[in-house]
Ligand binder design. Structure first.
Ligand SMILES: Cc1cc2nc3c(=O)[nH]c(=O)nc-3n(C[C@H](O)[C@H](O)[C@H](O)COP(=O)(O)O)c2cc1C
Length: 178
């Protein structure tokens, strides 16, 4: 079959790297949460990741000023909260109240964990080199928490414009990774 040219603006939806996550920040005692899907692992240990946070978002200033955040992993069970947090701003909305998310104190950073998420990663910014050009913050995970009582799937994977793939089935294939 002949190839059909794919719009460059949609490339991200083919390469979407991982689950949609929720990024919490806290500045001057005010916590906020935003939805984020542009993230990637960079190092195993210490666990290091890259996250693109647009400077148009309220969260950008808090992340940049405090150098801290928490990345939490939701499942489709709270999909409405996930999309809700990505479609309004902490500038004028208390998203925790609006979407029924419960902040839980973290151990190493001011930003809160989220009770409804099966995993939460406490992070600090370790490299801002790519922020001016790509709004990409490099984060080191300082502490990681999981809630064994919460299901880990199906996670949500963004395909663009409100379309999500659900991941759930797990299979094991031969691996030489150590
Ligand atoms: C599924 C989804 C994924 C998103 N991924 C990102 C992302 O990776 N980076 C980003 O800057 N904004 C992303 N957004 C947009 C922000 O979540 C959105 O602009 C949000 O309103 C910002 O909130 P804030 O102003 O309280 O920081 C995403 C939104 C959705 C719905």
């Amino acid at each position: 079959m002949a190839k059909v040219e794919f719009p460059l603006g949609g490339v991200y939806s083919l390469l979407e790297p991982g689950p949609v996550v929720l990024l919490t920040t806290s500045q001057a005692g005010k916590a906020n949460v935003m939805t984020l899907s542009w993230h990637t692992m960079l190092e195993f240990e210490p666990p290091t990741l890259g996250c693109v946070v647009s400077r148009r978002n309220f969260s950008f200033a808090a992340l940049d000023a405090t150098g801290e955040c928490v990345i939490s992993m939701p499942t489709a069970q709270i999909g409405d909260a996930v999309t809700g947090c990505g479609n309004c701003s902490g500038r004028d909305t208390d998203k925790f109240a609006a979407f029924g998310l419960t902040p839980v104190p973290a151990s190493r950073v001011q930003a809160p964990l989220l009770a409804q998420c099966f995993a939460s990663l406490e992070c600090r910014v370790v490299d801002r080199t790519l922020v001016p050009r790509y709004e990409l913050f490099v984060l080191e995970v300082l502490a990681a928490w999981v809630d064994p009582a919460l299901p880990r799937d199906p996670t949500l994977h963004h395909r663009g414009y409100g379309v999500f793939m659900l991941a759930g089935d797990t299979i094991r294939l031969p691996s030489k990774m150590r």
